[in-house]
Design a protein around this ligand. Structure first.
Ligand SMILES: NC(=O)c1ccc[n+]([C@@H]2O[C@H](COP(=O)([O-])OP(=O)(O)OC[C@H]3O[C@@H](n4cnc5c(N)ncnc54)[C@H](OP(=O)(O)O)[C@@H]3O)[C@@H](O)[C@H]2O)c1
Length: 245
């Protein structure tokens, strides 16, 4: 299993007001990290921060819509003023278009919204936060991916990834490809960049049909966020180990 780092720092989790992201923030908070709770809706974010703080976490609100340049710049300012650096970025915010997603009947507006959030949003936030991450002694980036994104699993006979997904799954495959390219560019800089597969988790995203709890789904992202300096980069993991791209 993946080793973990014991040093604590400051983390930002996007889309952390509910679901898996909330539990990633709770998990890092329980380990003693200071956690920025990224939330595009201030009320929902404030409620999540209050809940995390009442559980003992050092949580603070980061208003952040990942599709909005100005909001992302505001988040950079907030983290810079608070800590002067960022140790961990968990790109968790994501959205789906509603099932089924047969490619032949896709609504193009939905496809654009998913790409804008699940792919471009990650690039926007990552690039904006990278100067602060480069100031960390142990910078880590975790991109919330999915088993459904794996081209290997998609094309392996007998593997059941649920129904046809013409919009959501391809955005996560795109995200995987982006994860690999960041890892290549940042090789040797100390920034470790990996993808996490939470499993099939009961959240709003799937109408709470998932079979795992958000706490269970959050575990792999927390592990990848706290990798030691000799940990992997440019790879994809779930709780069981490495997942093929
Ligand atoms: N659930 C699963 O089985 C599963 C499996 C594999 C991967 N994932 C991935 O795990 C991540 C979390 O999903 P979840 O299942 O926890 O779903 P969720 O409960 O619906 O949470 C999604 C989070 O992303 C936020 N978000 C959506 N669009 C955003 C935007 N433009 N800017 C900022 N935040 C935005 C949501 O905010 P609002 O509350 O404002 O909508 C919410 O906080 C996603 O990337 C998802 O693709 C989930």
């Amino acid at each position: 299993m993946l080793a973990v780092m014991s040093e604590k720092g400051i983390a930002l989790v996007t889309g952390a007001n509910k679901g898996i992201g909330y539990e990633v923030a709770a998990g890092l908070g329980a380990l003693g990290w200071s956690v920025g709770v990224g939330a595009r809706d201030e009320r929902r974010g404030t409620e999540a921060v209050a809940k995390l703080r009442s559980g003992g976490a050092d949580a603070f609100l980061v208003p952040l819509d990942v599709t909005d340049d100005a909001a992302v710049e505001g988040a950079v300012r907030l983290v810079r003023e608070r800590a002067g650096r960022l140790d961990v970025l968990v790109n968790n915010a994501g959205t789906a278009g509603g099932w089924p997603e047969d490619p032949s009947t896709l609504d193009l507006g939905t496809v654009r919204r998913l790409v804008e959030t699940n792919v471009i949003g990650v690039i926007r936030v990552t690039n904006a936060m990278l100067p602060l991450l480069r100031r960390s002694d142990h910078p880590r980036i975790v991109n919330q991916s999915s088993h459904v994104a794996s081209l290997t699993l998609q094309t392996t006979p007998g593997v059941d990834l649920g129904g046809v997904s013409g919009a959501y799954a391809p955005t996560k495959t795109h995200l995987n490809a982006v994860t690999i390219q960041y890892a290549k560019e940042l090789q040797g800089t100390g920034v470790l960049v990996n993808g996490a597969c939470p499993g099939y988790v009961a959240t709003d995203l799937n109408g709470f049909s998932g079979t795992q709890t958000p706490q269970e789904g959050a575990r792999i992202a927390v592990r990848l966020a706290t990798l030691p300096d000799d940990g992997p980069t440019g790879r994809l993991f779930d709780e069981e180990g490495e997942v093929p791209w």
